[in-house]
Design a protein around this ligand. Structure first.
Ligand code: SAM
Length: 343
């Protein structure tokens, strides 16, 4: 097992953080896009013109990223951004969460102190950032890679599906398109998210979706044994009422139905996190958003992403479910999804 006795160079860690912020600024303001579209290598003047931004600021931005080893410069003093476009777009978008999380500093500062509140709800800029985090291609890929193997567990294609905590409804729409003969109910307790989802639905469909504003621990009485599949995507680790949610899932799922909880593939145990890239990426989100959200209910321990795979699986089993293996992934291996069925 790896040891955590040799720490990384702290000074470089902070420099890299500053470089990420500069990169995020360039992505958010369209400088990175202009770089992608300009003929490379280019001069600072050419980039400034393409981006429609002031030359002096572009020069300083380039200087930051040349120093960081992200932008390269040749002997003629011309610049290149030597990465694949899809990588630039992926990491560019992710980097733009840095200023959003930074806005949360004061609330987190309050919550972390003994006198402060237990937690706080998501910031709308963060929820909106999540909504723009996946391209249509990513969502189609998600449907094929993660959803399809679960939905193959039951014969047929005419299902009643529940998207539990659907947020802005992006996965619901991907599901509805892939399973046009199924009826999909999707709900979230965040009214802003549901209003957005309904607005998109009224414009572009698909028509086999119904979005509702509801709380996970208090679902309608007439939903008992209604659903063939329940998809719980990035919700359990954020929730302040996991026990109530699992009880409701037990009530509303059909006896032969399947539920699947997708959460980041992070272990519950810190000894397993050493140099773990999934944890490096996801746990900071948790500190600023998932943990505070799941801590709102002061009578419960906050969960967050650090709750981890092993303890999440245990909690699901404690509620009277059997965890089901899908494909060749052993259920005791840390992964994104836990598929389960009533005992
Ligand atoms: C990280 S977002 C994921 C949204 C969506 N499933 C997706 O993948 O885009 C988590 C969502 O869970 C919702 N949520 C958390 N706890 C909930 C609860 N107890 N009842 C209903 N929704 C809840 C939040 O409002 C939020 O929209």
């Amino acid at each position: 097992m790896a040891s955590s006795t040799t720490p990384r160079a702290l000074d470089q860690l902070v420099r890299d953080g500053l470089s990420s912020l500069v990169f995020a600024f360039g992505y958010q303001t369209g400088i990175v896009d202009a770089f992608i579209n300009v003929r490379q290598p280019c001069t600072a003047e050419e980039l400034s013109q393409k981006a429609g931004k002031k030359l002096r600021y572009i020069q300083e931005w380039l200087g930051c990223l040349v120093a960081a080893g992200i932008v390269t410069i040749n002997e003629e003093g011309k610049y290149s951004l030597p990465f694949e476009t899809n990588q630039l777009k992926l990491w560019g978008h992710i980097s733009t969460v840095i200023p959003i999380l930074s806005q949360i500093f004061p609330q987190l500062q309050n919550a972390v102190s003994h006198e402060g509140p237990e937690g706080f709800w998501y910031s709308e800029p963060f929820l909106s950032w999540i909504n723009t985090s996946h391209s249509q291609e990513d969502l189609d890929q998600w449907s094929k890679q993660f959803l399809a193997p679960v939905l193959k567990l039951k014969p047929g294609c005419k299902f009643t599906i529940l998207d539990f905590g659907c947020g802005y409804g992006r996965h619901t729409r991907a599901m509805a398109k892939q399973y046009p003969d199924s009826k999909i109910y999707a709900f979230d307790m965040d009214q802003v998210s549901i209003s957005y989802a309904n607005k998109v639905l009224s414009k572009d469909g698909p028509k086999n979706i119904e979005y509702l504003c509801k709380r996970g621990g208090q679902l309608p009485d007439d939903w008992s044994e209604k659903f063939d599949f329940i998809i719980i995507n990035d919700v359990l680790h954020d929730s302040f009422e996991v026990d109530a949610i699992l009880e409701e899932i037990k009530r509303v799922i059909k006896p032969d139905g399947f539920a699947v909880a997708f959460d980041p593939a992070v272990s519950s145990y810190h000894r397993n996190l050493i140099n773990d890239k999934e944890a490096q990426l996801h746990l900071p989100f948790s500190l600023f958003t998932c943990l505070p959200t799941s801590s709102i209910n002061s009578s419960k321990e906050g969960l967050g992403i650090g709750w981890g795979y092993e303890r999440r699986k245990q909690k699901i089993e404690d509620h009277g479910f059997r965890v089901v293996q899908v494909g060749d992934k052993d259920i005791d291996t840390i992964q994104e999804g836990i598929v389960f069925q009533k005992l």
